[in-house]
Write a protein that binds this ligand. Structure first.
Ligand code: ADP
Length: 583
């Protein structure tokens, strides 16, 4: 702004000064020249008048030419010279005529002797100064002479010099005035521009809260444009900021780690990246990929594919900690962002585990189904042979075995169906009356227990006279209880099976205790796995599907409860369902 004002000031001052000089010079020139000329003309006319008057006096005078000359110009600054027709100086009011040279060739004298008025202007050889000469024809003592009157021009020169000095002073004065006015008007004119300019500078520095000042009318357009620009910039920046926040929030909301690479440098990393690789958010900004400390295999895979043309997707082999990562490298390449790459890394360890569990389950289930199916086929063929041999008794034995295998198959299919049912989303707000579901389960198992001579005891003493409801699906609880009672009766050869219900603060505990063989501690953590059996041959023979306790665990997981096992070999087992109490 200073530079702008400075140059404007200089230009305005120069302009004003030029105008002042031109006008003052023109004025001086138009005044000074004619003035001097008028003075000269006037002097010339005066001298002519004096000369003519003197010629008249001299013609009638009887005095000597010397006396005439002296008397005529006495007490004036005029000089009077009488020159004979041969150029001789007859008399001079100021000098001795005898000492003066012949004046025959002086132009004014030449004209006067020729009968005209002669005028000349030159430096006098006698007076040694510039003089104005006027000579007229005259007669002295009957002889024709030239009567010349002269006067020094010093006076006119003095007047001219004075007026020149005054003119110059005037010029200087107008110059100073012009400069002063220029400075003042420039200051006044540029002040609002300066204010607007400072406002614009503040905006350029990022301060968009500035208030555009009120300025004179002719600058209002500029001020309005500046205010509009500021508002637009503010709106744009706000929009950009909010877009940035939205983008950041979206990125941070992603479950997958996302990195934006520029060349081999990390420009951006989201919150999931810092969680996955344990780095503070933003800690990777502008860090070379090689310095980020990513697992070796991951870094190598990113590096190998970041300059590629195609998107690369791959699930990497488990790292030393057993983590399985799925990597996606998408070069943004060509166009808007050359050399930029989007990398997304997802921790798929759990997915990979579930996948392998599912594969194992399908293999196990197929195997479990295959065995009774093959058995049934074999037994049916044997029964057929026995029947055709007429051995009805043997055929009946095979038929009984077929029925047992079919029952096992049915149980297995039933358990598989239960399992798939339990994998569906549970019904919300389900409430189950524990007393009722326990009594139903006992009723349906009583005959099986009686066949083995086992006593089934239910114990509601701890919840006497109180309603006992759990926040779980009725069928779920029935499945869990059926499986626990099945196992208790199946694996117990003598004694009893006892079901007790207790109400604890926020949960209901339903325990099934038997007097069976118990479970060795080494098997206890695994009995809830699918198809896990403690003694494969014996337990399968006992009719178990290997899915019972897996179903129990599913039930408690779904309802937010838990299942515990207390057992030691030879001392029976106690399974306890802990289910959330319904209020
Ligand atoms: P299964 O259908 O074979 O009983 P489960 O999943 O119900 O399968 O049980 C897994 C294994 O745990 C059984 O094979 C058995 O060895 C053991 N088990 C379960 N309940 C009892 C129990 N009450 N007493 C002793 N062992 C049991």
């Amino acid at each position: 702004m200073k530079r702008l004002t400075g140059s404007l000031l200089a230009r305005l001052v120069l302009g004003y000064a030029l105008i002042a000089v031109v006008f003052a010079s023109a004025w001086l020139w138009s005044l000074y020249g004619p003035l001097k000329q008028a003075a000269l003309n006037q002097q010339q006319r005066n001298l002519t008048a004096v000369a003519q008057a003197a010629a008249l006096v001299a013609a009638h005078s009887t005095e000597t030419p010397g006396a005439i000359a002296r008397q005529l110009v006495a007490r004036t600054d005029l000089r009077l010279t009488i020159i004979a027709s041969d150029g001789r100086v007859l008399a001079d009011s100021n000098f001795a005529a005898s000492s003066m040279e012949n004046h025959l060739h002086r132009p004014e004298v030449v004209a006067a002797l020729a009968g005209q008025t002669g005028v000349a202007r030159r430096v006098s050889r006698t007076e040694k100064q510039e003089e104005l000469y006027v000579a007229v024809p005259a007669s002295v003592g009957g002889g024709r002479v030239a009567l010349r009157v002269s006067q020094p021009l010093a006076q006119i020169e003095q007047i001219a010099a004075r007026s020149r000095r005054m003119g110059l002073a005037l010029l200087a004065g107008s110059l100073i005035l012009a400069v002063g006015i220029a400075i003042l008007t420039t200051r006044q004119a540029t002040y609002p521009i300066g204010v607007l300019s400072r406002t614009a500078e503040k905006m350029a520095d990022g301060d968009l809260s500035v208030v555009v000042p009120t300025v004179p009318t002719d600058l209002e357009g500029l001020a309005d444009a500046l205010a509009a620009l500021r508002n637009q910039m503010r709106a744009r920046i706000e929009a950009l900021e909010s877009e940035k926040v939205t983008l950041r929030t979206t990125l941070d909301g992603l479950g997958e780690a996302v990195l934006l690479l520029e060349g081999a440098d990390i420009r951006l990393a989201n919150a999931a990246a810092s969680r996955l690789f344990r780095t503070p958010v933003g800690g990777w900004r502008n860090t070379p990929l090689s310095a980020a400390g990513l697992p070796g295999g991951l870094e190598a895979a990113i590096d190998a594919h970041r300059m590629g043309q195609e998107t690369y997707a791959s699930t990497l082999p488990p790292d030393p900690t057993g983590r399985v990562l799925r990597l996606l490298v998408a070069p943004l390449g060509r166009g808007a962002a050359p050399g930029r790459t989007i990398v997304s890394v997802a921790d798929v360890t759990e997915l990979a585990r579930l996948d392998s569990v599912r594969r194992d389950f399908v293999a196990n289930a197929s195997h479990e189904l295959k065995t009774p199916a093959a058995g049934i086929r074999l037994l049916a063929q044997s029964a057929e042979i026995a029947a055709s041999d007429g051995d009805v008794k043997q055929a009946l034995v095979f038929a009984g075995q077929i029925e047992a295998e079919a029952a096992r198959l049915q149980r297995l299919v039933g358990d598989l169906l239960d399992l798939s049912r339990l994998e569906a989303v549970p019904a919300p707000d389900a409430v189950t009356d524990v007393r009722q579901v326990v009594e139903n389960a006992v009723v349906s198992h009583r005959s099986a227990a009686a066949r083995k001579g086992l006593e089934v005891v239910t114990d509601f003493s701890a919840v006497q006279g109180r309603d006992v409801y759990v926040a779980a699906d009725r069928t779920d609880v029935a499945i869990a209880l059926d499986n626990l009672l099945d196992n208790a009766i199946n694996y117990t050869n003598a004694g009893s099976v006892r079901i007790a219900v207790e109400a604890l603060d926020a949960r209901i505990a339903i325990s099934v205790t038997d007097t069976g063989p118990g479970i060795h501690p080494e098997h206890q953590p695994r009995v809830f796995e699918r198809f896990y059996r403690v003694d494969k041959g014996r337990d399968r023979g006992a009719g178990g599907t290997g899915l019972g306790l897996a179903l129990v665990r599913h039930v408690v997981d779904r309802s937010g409860g838990s299942v515990t096992l207390d057992s030691s070999p030879g001392e029976g087992s106690r399974f306890t369902l802990n289910l959330p109490r319904a209020l």
